[in-house]
Design a protein around this ligand. Structure first.
Ligand SMILES: NC(=O)c1ccc[n+]([C@@H]2O[C@H](COP(=O)([O-])OP(=O)(O)OC[C@H]3O[C@@H](n4cnc5c(N)ncnc54)[C@H](O)[C@@H]3O)[C@@H](O)[C@H]2O)c1
Length: 389
């Protein structure tokens, strides 16, 4: 184990998700003990001077700027968080890697596959840690699902259905934002929520090789600002429905939506294989449902049936708080994801999920858009993944 060390942290962007990342840094020393490293929030960059100053106060950073290159150039910053809209991830992450920083980048990796490939190229030759915030890989139930898949519980995967459903954009009066602007986001529900679900498919089932997608937009224009009479056109999808095949021989569906009335944060997955099956529901995150087809079915059903495994808060050491028997929730997944990233930084490893995993998701996102435009199946270009998954 390396000597204890303090890492200086710089955040670019301080909106909704950067606050979660800052909270996660502040939580690390309480939740993980003993800790061979510590982190300090040193600098923050936002797009306007007043938000930068407010962010500095809120996050207890030591300095604030509106110039990302100033933040990246500072020698007291070791780690850069990219927490800005999708169209700026490429430029910021590459600048940070080229300056010798480790990069924790929000999802989706970029606003398009070309940008994601470029980020992966620079990351691969940088010798630095690069990781994408696919925090659902750090849900204990998903961590257990991955172990069981690797141990052969599912066998050969045959079929799957993953959904990530929100309802927040059902209201046509909800105003425009960067998420609804194709130039800034690259895509709608597909990029926002579909990226998480596709990463989980590739983590648990196999790499997607081809996809057939429908990406409808239901609300075609929205107020330019809250309450405005002026409306701007929306060119991103509200809802994504995809049929997919994987290199492991499975076929399945992924659905992502921001207009799924009645849902809140509904991420569900089901995998069926030759030996067994798995089910998970983010709204009930303490359990992984496991079916072993090899269990005896007699007499009277024997012990056959789904087992509700109590994965609750079962993080491995050095996780020390909350107790492993306690219920688990959304912020905890982000803290676990950040802890994994910082451990990789400290131990000199590539991130996991790395930019290669992020680019592999981006390849599926782009193929889905191609499929929607052409009305045909689209092949997913292969992204070499030399890093652990
Ligand atoms: N992993 C998750 O669960 C999750 C959740 C929400 C958002 N995200 C991702 O996080 C990213 C940011 O989303 P958000 O919801 O926090 O957005 P947001 O609109 O709340 O905040 C964006 C921030 O970026 C700043 N910004 C914009 N352009 C900038 C630039 N060029 N340089 C410096 N600062 C700039 C803004 O000032 C603002 O502080 C997106 O990529 C999004 O997909 C991930």
């Amino acid at each position: 184990m390396s000597d204890s060390r303090e890492y200086g942290v710089g955040m670019i962007g301080f909106g909704g998700i950067a606050r979660v990342h800052a909270y996660a840094h502040a939580s690390l020393p309480f939740l993980y003990r003993p800790a061979p490293f510590s982190t300090e929030l040193r600098g923050v960059c936002t797009s306007r001077g007043e938000t930068a100053m407010a962010a500095m106060g809120e996050g207890h950073f030591q300095f604030a700027t509106t110039d990302a290159s100033e933040l990246i150039a500072r020698p007291d910053i070791d780690v850069i968080h990219v927490c800005t809209p999708n169209d700026s991830h490429r430029e910021l992450a590459i600048a940070a890697l080229e300056a010798g920083k480790h990069v924790y980048c929000e999802k989706p990796l970029a606003d398009g596959l070309d940008g994601a490939r470029e980020m992966l190229d620079v990351a691969s030759s940088s010798g630095r840690t690069h990781q994408v915030t696919f925090q659902y890989r750090f849900v204990p139930a998903i961590m257990r699902a991955k172990q069981l898949v690797d141990e052969g519980l599912v066998g050969a995967p045959l079929a799957f259905r993953f959904c990530y459903l929100h309802a927040g954009y059902t209201d046509g009066q909800r105003p425009m934002s960067w998420r609804l602007d194709a130039d800034k986001s690259g895509g709608g529900a597909l990029f926002d929520l579909g990226s998480h679900a596709i990463d989980l498919v590739q983590h648990l089932v196999g790499d997607v090789t081809r996809v057939s997608a429908a990406l409808p937009t239901f609300v075609h224009d929205r107020p330019v600002t809250a309450g405005s009479e002026d409306r701007a056109p929306v060119h991103v999808d509200d809802h994504a429905v995809m049929l997919m095949e994987t290199d492991t021989g499975a076929v399945g569906t992924v659905e992502a939506s921001r207009v799924a009335t009645g849902t809140t944060d509904d991420l569900t997955l089901e995998i069926h294989g030759t030996n067994g099956a798995l089910k998970f529901d983010l709204m009930d995150p303490n359990w992984l449902h496991v079916y072993d087809a090899r269990a005896g079915g007699s007499p009277i059903g024997g012990r056959r049936g789904y087992t509700k495994v109590q994965t609750v808060q079962e993080y491995p050491a050095p996780a020390a708080l909350p107790s492993p028997k306690a219920t688990v929730g959304w912020l905890r997944f982000h803290i676990a994801s950040l802890h994994a990233f910082m451990t990789n930084v400290h131990e000199g490893r590539v991130g996991d999920p790395s930019f290669a995993d992020g680019a592999a998701v981006q390849a599926v996102l782009e193929a889905a858009q191609t499929s929607h435009q052409t009305g045909s199946w689209a092949e997913v270009p292969e992204i070499a993944r030399p890093f652990p998954t």
